[in-house]
Write a protein that binds this ligand. Structure first.
Ligand SMILES: N[C@@H](CCC(=O)N[C@@H](CS)C(=O)NCC(=O)O)C(=O)O
Length: 224
């Protein structure tokens, strides 16, 4: 633990997958942080759409990350992750697995694939499965198929490492981006039965200390 570092403040939600990615990265790097939980309402004091939180993130979503050591506030999990990497990962513990131009692009392409495609498609499945005001089977099927398409892409990629990491070589921030989304597959009504590599990778991720500690910390903030 880096004791000279003042704890960062991770703004999060009890179950939302995006903040957990950042908690995992901070745990991996041994950076101290506290968790402040918000709900999805517009309550001025407790909600991500309320006046207090909108001063931190005008987009009204978590994660947001406040760093009292630098005075910098980031939001969007990709920006938070890259901030953490730039400022606190000088030894490149969680960044690209090599230093070639291809290694850097490989890191970014898988990070962006999660941020722009697998994450949002899964989010839409969740929306149409659990929250939309009326049943919309067409939309649910469309987003379910798109998410399975992403799982196919991920499954093929994981074959390269035998299911141990998304980028062959070692676990990195890319795995941290994917873990919370894939972990929630059953909430989205999705099955990993046809995805042995994803299944294996998820089991290995669950067993990692930084992953377990991140979930413990967010749940502790919720008093669970
Ligand atoms: N693209 C953003 C998405 C952030 C996001 O959607 N966060 C969810 C929780 S995981 C949220 O705050 N939802 C509140 C809402 O939908 O109103 C990221 O990667 O951080």
């Amino acid at each position: 633990m880096a004791t000279h570092i003042k704890p960062l403040i991770l703004h999060a939600h009890t179950t939302g997958p995006n903040p957990i990615k950042i908690a995992i990265a901070l745990e991996a790097l041994g950076i101290p942080f506290t968790v402040k939980l918000w709900d999805f309402s517009n309550d001025p004091k407790t909600g991500v759409k309320g006046t207090t939180f909108l001063k931190i993130n005008e987009n009204g979503r978590v994660p947001a990350l406040e760093d009292p050591n630098t005075g910098i506030i980031s939001w969007e999990s990709g920006a938070c992750m890259n901030y953490v990497r730039r400022v606190y990962d000088s030894a490149n513990q969680i960044g690209p697995c090599g230093s070639s131009g291809q290694d850097l692009v490989d890191f970014e392409k898988w990070e962006y694939f999660l941020l722009t495609t697998l994450g949002p498609m899964t989010g839409q499945v969740n929306w149409f499965k659990h929250y939309h005001h009326q049943e919309n089977e067409d939309a649910l099927q469309r987003y379910t198929a798109q998410t399975y398409r992403c799982y196919n892409v991920l499954e093929n990629q994981l074959r390269k490492s035998g299911g141990t990491s998304i980028l062959p070589g070692r676990v990195c921030a890319v795995d941290y981006h994917f873990e919370p989304w894939v972990r929630q597959h059953s909430f989205a009504g999705l099955s990993l039965d046809s995805y042995p590599m994803i299944h294996k990778w998820l089991g290995l991720m669950h067993a990692r200390e930084e992953v377990q500690e991140a979930y413990i910390k967010v749940q502790a903030a919720a008093g669970k």
